[in-house]
Design a protein. Structure first.
Length: 214
């Protein structure tokens, strides 16, 4: 009998072999563990709000010129004009091909004109290939936007559409498209850099067209 009582007393001090479910009895809990338990289980920070980085970077530009669509197209498909545009960019025209209403231009474009936050991801210059193939479209013309830019060994593709539309006695040129690259680590920055570069090209082209058509 005395042995049984002593065994029960020792069992109570040591605690049961298997802990019960629910809150732990005070006798089993060390001070540090009790503090952690009474303060509640550790909370998990909610995940940061996800950003929609899967969509391409958009390009949207519009300019109006004081000339008919035929006159604007004649310049956009003129080899001398395309080389002069490259010079206005501070770029080196490496190859210019014109075949009727189709053009292909390869040039190395400096990135000095784009914001530094993007320029640092692409270096001092970007190799660009631009192709157009104009077709009649109502009272104007249209072409698919097809630009390829090499960024750190990756190709950024700019696709979309360009239209020349009669606007009274003048012409409205609209460019809409997307820039996309398959490069998870620098994708958004590279796309943004090429978008800015396309904007610089269109700005220099606009200035040159206005001088030629005025």
């Amino acid at each position: 009998m005395e042995a049984s009582a002593e065994l029960a007393r020792l069992t109570w001090r040591a605690g049961p072999t298997h802990l019960p479910h629910g809150p732990l009895p005070r006798v089993y809990v060390s001070p540090c563990l009790r503090t952690a338990w009474t303060s509640g289980p550790p909370t998990r920070e909610p995940p940061p709000a996800s950003r929609d980085d899967d969509g391409p970077v958009a390009i949207d530009s519009s300019h109006t010129y004081p000339a008919a669509p035929d006159a604007v197209l004649a310049l956009l498909t003129d080899e001398a004009f395309l080389r002069e545009r490259a010079t206005a960019l501070g770029a080196q025209a490496q190859e210019v091909t014109v075949d009727g209403r189709s053009t292909s231009v390869r040039f190395a474009a400096p990135t000095a004109g784009i914001p530094p936050v993007f320029a640092r991801f692409v270096g001092s210059s970007v190799s660009v290939v631009e192709r157009t193939s104009w077709t009649p479209d109502g009272d104007g013309y249209r072409t698919a936007l097809d630009i390829r830019a090499e960024v750190f060994g990756r190709t950024v593709e700019v696709t979309g559409e360009r239209r020349l539309t009669a606007a009274g006695a003048g012409t409205t040129s609209t460019v809409t498209g997307d820039a996309r690259v398959d490069a998870p680590l620098i994708g958004r920055q590279a796309e943004g850099a090429v978008r800015e570069l396309v904007g610089v090209v269109l700005k220099r082209e606009d200035e040159l067209l206005r001088r030629k058509l005025s």
